[in-house]
Each structure stands twice: as structure tokens, then as C-alpha cells.
Write a protein that binds this ligand. Structure first.
Ligand code: BGC
Length: 755
């Protein structure tokens, strides 16, 4: 068993059927004799053009396509596309949907091509297909990887019903800079949480049997360190140490591959000067040789050709040669593989063995998916008619949505509200259906989603005013006056404000991570009326909250919750469901603190609230603490942590130690508390983070009850990547916290003893 599996607490158990499939796909390290005879026989008969075709994926203009998600590049007309399919110049199609049309295209591949190799149909199914679940960042706030596994399973059932066999998900990039818009697509700033969610989503997408018609091939992306782009600007360069790569950015990928993911997507960015798509160290030495990955790597959208703009390749030919040689097996959308590979091989610039190896990988995964036995698997229009948006899928969407909401603040226990409370519902999102799904939902139907107003009305809320007050980024004439008048008539104001869904996601970096100015003005005016304000925050990232928004009586982070957003918010506002989410990203005081993450290394001059702050690591204007730290989230009850202790003062080199605490529900309602374990290495040969999450439990505790919570710690939990890039632990003193957030709790000390 791999050491990393234990580190992330992820089960090593890969289901039998998946294990068999993996066996088929991980044949690359096997000797030639053990190679799959069928695939070898295909390879021996394929022309170089057909081989290059298998390594090519392009937009699926034969079907209804998701539009506007990528720049227009090399889009083929329908006739050209079908001619290319017939000529064997295409191995996979992307971004279309609909089972019937895919079936027709597959029929062409199976009956009108020379080699009769099935096509693979792909799309970005990131957080739901027709039924839309919360954005992945929101779902990570549930701190329930098993919930993400269930939503990914439903996404797979729907997507495979609609003629897809492969998703470009999960996005597992760790994101420590909230200016980066793609924070929304991942699980936040922590590698441990990220690894658990990555593995859960892979299990959910692929299911137990890769050959099943309901299994969706998963693609951990973007390999690697895309979340570390400088200044949080999308597509920017990455300058990073090997240690940080291995400790922070790789663990979710490793966990995803260990969970059985058989494809991976290379990132747009360079890493220390070498673009990921042309990075042999990354895609071959690390991924294949060190980790033993047996699947195939697809480039990101035209990222192979973009190596020319990076200044890393002179032209298409060199870009194709560098990408394929590095280990990028399939080229997405640029078309340079199919154009260049035959010439590169003919001129001797690219050994045929490199091409064959990539084709072997792609065909092995097609085989593992069962496509050679049944090319029409997951291309069944009757199942499509039955299995989209089923009632149980909607029920899960509501459950996932309400479990993703995070309550940051609840002064005077203003929440939950009574149904009779007179509410002024104010803000640009009160009845808006363009901003419920979030970025990267291509196939959900806006008209089917539940708006906030609908949710509140269905729940029987007493609405005494429903006023937009402001548009998202511009003021509305008379908006503030109308909002103030509504607030005056009400007992409380529910203020739905924040970012539009287009303000996070790909290419949506922000320099100022704030609620847009016109909405802040609205918040100030409404708060001045003097009624309690409950802020519902629409967002795809952590925001720096200011003024009346920051000081509102209650703040609920609503993210973008998907098809059931309105119902889920109503459930929480009225206490049908108590909030139980925790922040997977730290909310800073100010935009200028970015990149900001709780698990930063220690400095020689740490900021301290006691004494003089000069000459410490801080800013002049704000303290360098989070406004709301990673792991923070309130419930409708209150909890007290006590008696934190270690079972022993020392941990033997090969032993285990238990850290325990008593957690009591001191409020008057049952609630779910996320009890978190953090550790810190007090002295090490490399400076260590102030804290690192190593475990958590989400526990429902009845009022007046207390439970004993125990976490086992072993040497593995204390390891880090040492100077020679190996995981190691060093004997010495450690602190452990059992805490409600990354800044709470009282540490207990123990010593790791050398054997
Ligand atoms: C994104 C990927 C996505 C791909 C295909 C790219 O622009 O970076 O995350 O999977 O497009 O749509």
C-alpha cells in the first residue's frame, strides 16, 4: 500500500472491478509480452495519421454544444468534423451533449473508419450535469467528502445518460490566493481537505466499475500547481519550491490517482520556467515513474500550442514534439498533434515509440472503460429520457446545498428566523436565476433552478418588501430609496449580495476581492435604517468584507448552490436545517493580504497582538490575521471544547498516540460540529507551517450532551518533505489542537521519540 494513502486517511480499497480495469490500463510498465494483444494488434495496423488521430480531441460540433466556454480556436464545421472522424483523425470529442447524436457519430467511427476504434465523448461536468450541485468550493465547505462522492455519482449518472463517458473533473488545484477566480472550482486552500475531496469525487464519478454505462472517467486537473499562479492572475507563471509542490499542490492529485483516476489534464501554466504541458519531469518522471500512473494525460485547451506564446517552442511542430515527448498524450483542440506528428516521425524528430506509447495509453483507457466491447455504452437516448433531473437527484441537490452554507456570524442569535418575522428582501440576487448555478455548469437549466424569493415564499416567509436596490456592478436609479423604504417596513433585512457567477471561474481574477461598490453603498444605506441585517453572500471565493456587510448581524456564505439554492437558503434561514459548513478558505481582512492561507510557515518576527507591533510580520493598515479563518463556521447552538489531552507525553517512532477532547453542546438545539485536529512541528530542519489540518469529524451532538472525540496520531501525520524531497519525520516536540477552527483551541504538547 502506498504511504500517501494513509497520510490522507483515504482507503486503499479500490473496488475489484475497478482494479481489474486499472490492470488493463496500467500495462505500460509491463514488458512487451504482457502487453494487451488486442491493443498491440491495433497499433501494428494503424497508420501514423490514425495514431495521431487517437491522440486528438476536438470540440464536438456534431452535437448541441456548450457555447462560450473556451476561446474559439480551430473549430471545425460539421462536415469537416465528420470527414475527420471517417479518416480516423479524431480520437475523442468534447463539449457536446445528447445521447442520440453521439450515437450517430459513434456509428460513423465504428462502421465507416478503417480501424473501427470507438470515440470517447467528454465534457466539463464539474458540479452536476442537469441537476446542478453547489460549486466545488461550496461543497468543500460541508467538510463531508462523502457528500461530494454522492453528488459526483449523480453527476455521472446524468452525464453518462446524456452521451458522455469522460469528465474534465475533479479540479483539485489547491488555491491559496483568493484573487484567482478558479478557487471556485476546487476544494480551497488546504491539501489535506483537498485530497479527501479529490479522492471522493473520483470515486463518485467513476463508480465502482469503470466499465459500467454509468461510470464517468475522471480527470484530476490542472496538473500541476495551476492554483499557485503568481498574484492570483489566471494563466500566469508559477515560481515554486519542490517542497511546496510536493507538500501542498501534489497531495490532492496523488489521492485522486490512488482512487483510480485514469486520465489527467496538464495545466496552462509553467512551473519554474517549464510549461506543465511540456514538462517531462512532471508528466513522466514524477507522474509515471514515481507515482506509477497508468492512464493518459490530455493537454488543457490548446495548452500545447500555447507553449509557442510562452516562448518555449518555436512553432507548432516543436510544440507538438515537446508536449508529446514530455508525456502529454492527447492534444485538446489545437489540432497540432494530428497535423504535426506524421511529419515529425517522418523527419526523424520524434521516435515512433513515443507515439506508440501515447496511443497505447489512450487505447488502454478506452478498453478499461469497456468501449471496445460496447462502443455505444452511455449513448442511450432512452436512458437519457429517464435519468436526468430525477426527484432524488433534486433532493440530493437540496441536501448538498444546505450542508454547504457557512454561517460566519450570528449576533444575538438573530438566526434562525421565525416565519412570522417581517422580512425586507433586498439585493441584486433576490429573484435572479442567472447566478444560482455558478461558473462551469454547462448543462443545467436556469429555468429549473429555485431562486431565493421562490425558496422563501415556498417556506412561508413573511415578505414585506422585495427590492433589488442595486445591480451587481452598477447602481440602479431609485434603488437605494426603495430598499430603505422596504427596510423601514420590516423587522429584519435579508440582504442577498456579492459576486455574479461570472466574477469567479476561469479567467476571472480580481485585484480587489470585495463586494462590488454599488452593493456596498446599498448595504450602508439599508443598515443605517437600524433594522438587523442578515447578509447572504453570493461568492465563488473568499471575500474581504467591509463596512455594513462586515458588521451585519448575521452573515451566511451562500456561494453558488445550484438547482436548489433558494430552497436550501430558506431551510437554513428558518432553521429547518442548521448551518454546519466550515470555511475551506480563509476570509481575509483586506484584498492586499493575498496570498493568504492559515497554514503559512513561521517567520522570525511573528505578529503578536501583545506588545508593540512594529518590526513584526504585519501590514500598516490591517492585522495579518484572517477576518474569518479556515475551518470557521457557526451553528445554531454553541459548543465548548475542554480537557484536550494526549494519551501519552511521547509518541514512539512506530506507535500511535491519541489526542482527545470533550466537546459539549452548550446551547439549546441539536447541531453538527466540525471538530478539527491540527498539528505543528515545533523545531524542524525546515521551517514548518504554524498549523496543519490532519483530521476532522463532523458530529451531531444533542443539546446538553458532550462527547469524547479522539484522533490517533502516528509519525506519518508529522511528516514533511525534507531537503532531498523525501517525506520524513523528525523527532522532537509537536503541538496538537482539537479545535473548532484553524485559530481556535488550546495546544497539547507531545514528543516524537526516535526509535
Ligand atoms: C479549462 C479546463 C477545461 C477545458 C475544456 C479550459 O479552458 O482550463 O478546465 O476542462 O477548458 O473546456
Amino acid at each position: 500500500m502506498d504511504a500517501r494513502l494513509n497520510r490522507f486517511g483515504i482507503s486503499a480499497a479500490i473496488p475489484m472491478s475497478l482494479g481489474v480495469a486499472l490492470g488493463a490500463a496500467s500495462s505500460e510498465t509491463a514488458s512487451a509480452q504482457q502487453r494487451d494483444e488486442h491493443i498491440e494488434s491495433l497499433l501494428s495496423r494503424m497508420t501514423i495519421e490514425e495514431k495521431a488521430g487517437q491522440l486528438t480531441i476536438v470540440a464536438d460540433t456534431s452535437r448541441v454544444m456548450a457555447e462560450g466556454i473556451n476561446p474559439e480556436a480551430n473549430r471545425r464545421k460539421l462536415e469537416t468534423l465528420l470527414a475527420d472522424v471517417r479518416a480516423g483523425r479524431i480520437g475523442a470529442l468534447m463539449s457536446g451533449n445528447g445521447a442520440a447524436a453521439a450515437r450517430d457519430t459513434q456509428r460513423i467511427a465504428m462502421s465507416e473508419t478503417r480501424m473501427k476504434i470507438p470515440l470517447l465523448f467528454a465534457a466539463d461536468v464539474i458540479h452536476g450535469y442537469r441537476t446542478v450541485f453547489p460549486i466545488p468550493l461550496g461543497e468543500a465547505a460541508s467538510f463531508e467528502p462523502e457528500l461530494a462522492e454522492r453528488t459526483a455519482r449523480v453527476a455521472a449518472i446524468e452525464a453518462t445518460a446524456a452521451g458522455l463517458q469522460w469528465t474534465f473533473a475533479p479540479m483539485v488545484d489547491v488555491a491559496r490566493d483568493q484573487r484567482w477566480g478558479r478557487v471556485a472550482e476546487g476544494a480551497g486552500e488546504d491539501p489535506y481537505l483537498g485530497a479527501l475531496f479529490a479522492a471522493a469525487r473520483v470515486r463518485g464519478f467513476q463508480g465502482g466499475d469503470l466499465r459500467s454505462e454509468r461510470s464517468l472517467l475522471a480527470t484530476p486537473k490542472h496538473f500541476a500547481a495551476y492554483g499557485a499562479v503568481q498574484a492570483g492572475m489566471d494563466y500566469n507563471s508559477v515560481e515554486i519550491s519542490q517542497q511546496t509542490l510536493r507538500e501542498v499542490h501534489f497531495p490532492p492529485f496523488k489521492a485522486a490517482f490512488d482512487a483510480g483516476a485514469l486520465s489527467a489534464m496538464s495545466a496552462f501554466n509553467d512551473i519554474n520556467g517549464v510549461p506543465a504541458t511540456g514538462n517531462r519531469w512532471l508528466l513522466t518522471q514524477l507522474l509515471r515513474e514515481e507515482w506509477g500512473f497508468g492512464g493518459f494525460v490530455v493537454s488543457d485547451y490548446t495548452s500545447d500550442r500555447e507553449m509557442i506564446l510562452h516562448g518555449f517552442a518555436a512553432d507548432d511542430a516543436q510544440a507538438a514534439q515537446l508536449a508529446l515527448s514530455a508525456g502529454t498524450d492527447m492534444s485538446m483542440q489545437s489540432g497540432i498533434y494530428v497535423e504535426q506528428i506524421p511529419r515529425l516521425v517522418a523527419s526523424g524528430r520524434l521516435p515512433i515509440e513515443v507515439v506508440d506509447q501515447a496511443v497505447r495509453r489512450v487505447l488502454s483507457v478506452k478498453k478499461a472503460l469497456g468501449l471496445f466491447d460496447d462502443p455505444y455504452r452511455s449513448l442511450d437516448p432512452q436512458r437519457e429520457a429517464r435519468e436526468l433531473d430525477m426527484p432524488e437527484h433534486r433532493a440530493l441537490a437540496r441536501e448538498a446545498a444546505r450542508r454547504s452554507i457557512v454561517m460566519l456570524r450570528n449576533e444575538g442569535n438573530i438566526l434562525p428566523l421565525r416565519k412570522a418575522t417581517r422580512i425586507a428582501l433586498i439585493g441584486p440576487f433576490i429573484d435572479d436565476r442567472d447566478n444560482l448555478h455558478g461558473a462551469w455548469t454547462l448543462f443545467g437549466r436556469k429555468q429549473d433552478a429555485i431562486t431565493l424569493r421562490q425558496g422563501l415564499e415556498r417556506a412561508g416567509a413573511t415578505l414585506v418588501g422585495v427590492v433589488e436596490g442595486s445591480s451587481i456592478e452598477t447602481a440602479l436609479a431609485g434603488g437605494i430609496e426603495a430598499a430603505v423604504a422596504a427596510a423601514r417596513r420590516a423587522d429584519v433585512v435579508v440582504l442577498a449580495i456579492g459576486e455574479s457567477e461570472r466574477m469567479s471561474g476561469e479567467a476571472q481574477s480580481r485585484a480587489q476581492i470585495v463586494v462590488p461598490q454599488p452593493q456596498r453603498e446599498l448595504a450602508e444605506a439599508v443598515a443605517a435604517v437600524g433594522k438587523p441585517v442578515i447578509v447572504l453572500l453570493w461568492t465563488g471565493r473568499a471575500l474581504a468584507l467591509q463596512g455594513a456587510v462586515r458588521n451585519a448581524e448575521a452573515i451566511l456564505v451562500a456561494w453558488f448552490l445550484g438547482s436548489e439554492m433558494g430552497n436550501a437558503i430558506a431551510d437554513v434561514l428558518f432553521g429547518e436545517h442548521g448551518p454546519s459548513g466550515r470555511l475551506p478558505v480563509s476570509f481575509p481582512q483586506d484584498s492586499g493580504q493575498q496570498p493568504f492561507h492559515y497554514n503559512h510557515r513561521r517567520t522570525g518576527r511573528p505578529y503578536t497582538q501583545k506588545g508593540r507591533p512594529e518590526f513584526t510580520a504585519r501590514y500598516r493598515e490591517v492585522s495579518n490575521e484572517a477576518l474569518y479563518p479556515f475551518g470557521h463556521g457557526l451553528t445554531y447552538s454553541s459548543f465548548e471544547y475542554s480537557a484536550t489531552r494526549a494519551s501519552d507525553a511521547s509518541l514512539a517512532w512506530n506507535g500511535t498516540l491519541s489526542v482527545n477532547a470533550r466537546v459539549a453542546n452548550t446551547g439549546s438545539r441539536a447541531a453538527e460540529e466540525v471538530v478539527q485536529l491540527y498539528v505543528h512541528d515545533r523545531v524542524a530542519s525546515l521551517t514548518r507551517p504554524v498549523r496543519e489540518l490532519k483530521g476532522f469529524r463532523k458530529l451531531r451532538i444533542e443539546p446538553g450532551q458532550s462527547v469524547e472525540v479522539a484522533f490517533d496520531i502516528s509519525r506519518r501525520d508529522l511528516e514533511f518533505v525534507g531537503p532531498d524531497m523525501q517525506w520524513l519525520a523528525e523527532p522532537g516536540e509537536f503541538d496538537a489542537w482539537i479545535a473548532p477552527s484553524s485559530t481556535g483551541g488550546v495546544p497539547v504538547r507531545f514528543t516524537l521519540e526516535r526509535e
